[in-house]
Design a protein around this ligand. Structure first.
Ligand code: AMP
Length: 280
């Protein structure tokens, strides 16, 4: 089984030895409840770095809703078992005080990019992300970090943060891994009641239909209302956003006039799902 390290001093000692040997260190930050999406990142990291650290930290600061934090699945033992075949060097599972010691008073905020999409519906969420991620970069001594396109806005925000703070970590995005029925893998899928789980793939299917229409010259002005109606018909309770945005920089678009991304967040069975796909 892969070694688990729980304190930053022990991690620092290990990483210092690797750095002295000139090894390239890769990190895959996660909140655990690992699935094939996370494992695809571990596999990419294994291929792209000499040493791989997978971090598991359910970061309270990026939860804007206390019950979401409380219900978030925690499956450390199974996570370690799932990672075993991937040749990860260390699983870093910091206790809360390793990340937020008494007196902790710093917050990192990225402007603009965090005010749209998920940022508009989850106040403080991205500040939580951009505060913990540089800490994980520094604690692990990472040269490279792998993130999923599943959280496309997060990937853009983390890239911006790393560039703005001159953090010398290469941020690498990996494609979204999906269930055979098209549902994007997510730790929160575990929380879906069975009937909602059966209906949830409609989100990706409706988005796929929109992407095809956009590629043929369709506009969001004409596509959004029927798509929302289709999602309601399929059992979704609420669509938070369904937007076309520039793949780079996330400017709001009505039609496909540059490489773009269709992004959505919607509620079903008491669970908030997000998805996004490339368009054009
Ligand atoms: P999380 O544990 O949800 O914070 O996710 C940790 C990392 O795994 C993030 O970089 C996510 O974007 C990535 N990830 C989550 N779900 C998927 C997926 N279905 N495919 C690829 N990467 C994913």
């Amino acid at each position: 089984m892969t070694e688990i390290i729980r304190d930053k001093a022990a991690l620092r000692a290990r990483v210092t030895a690797w750095k002295r040997a000139g090894e390239v260190i890769g990190v895959v930050p996660t909140m655990g409840a690992l699935h094939e999406g996370h494992l695809s990142l571990a596999q990419a990291a294994r291929a792209g770095a000499d040493r791989v650290i997978v971090t598991i930290f359910v970061n309270p600061r990026q939860f804007n809703n206390p019950s979401d934090l409380e219900n978030y699945p925690r499956t450390e033992h199974q996570d370690a078992e799932k990672l075993a075949p991937f040749g990860v060097d260390v699983i870093y599972v910091p206790g809360p005080s390793e990340i937020y010691p008494d007196g902790f008073a710093t917050s990192v905020h990225v402007e603009g990019l965090t005010e749209i999409l998920c940022g508009a519906f989850r106040p403080g969420h991205f500040d939580g992300v951009t505060t913990v991620v540089p800490k994980l970069f520094l604690q692990t001594g990472a040269d490279k970090a792998w993130f999923g396109e599943k959280d496309y806005q997060q990937l853009q925000v983390v890239r911006r943060m790393a560039a703005d703070l001159d953090i010398p970590v290469e941020v690498i995005g990996c494609p979204t891994v999906r269930e055979p029925d098209g549902l994007a893998l997510s730790s929160r899928n575990l929380l879906l009641p069975a009937d909602a789980r059966a209906k949830a793939p409609a989100l990706g299917h409706v988005m796929q239909g929109m992407a095809e229409a956009l590629a043929q010259g369709g506009t969001m002005a004409e596509l959004v209302a029927p798509a929302e109606a289709a999602l309601a018909g399929a059992g979704f309770d609420k669509v938070e956003y369904l937007e076309l945005r520039a793949a780079d920089g996330l400017a709001l678009l009505d039609r496909l006039d540059r490489p773009a991304r269709l992004l959505a967040a919607a509620w079903i069975g008491g669970v908030r799902l997000i998805d996004n796909i490339a368009v054009g």
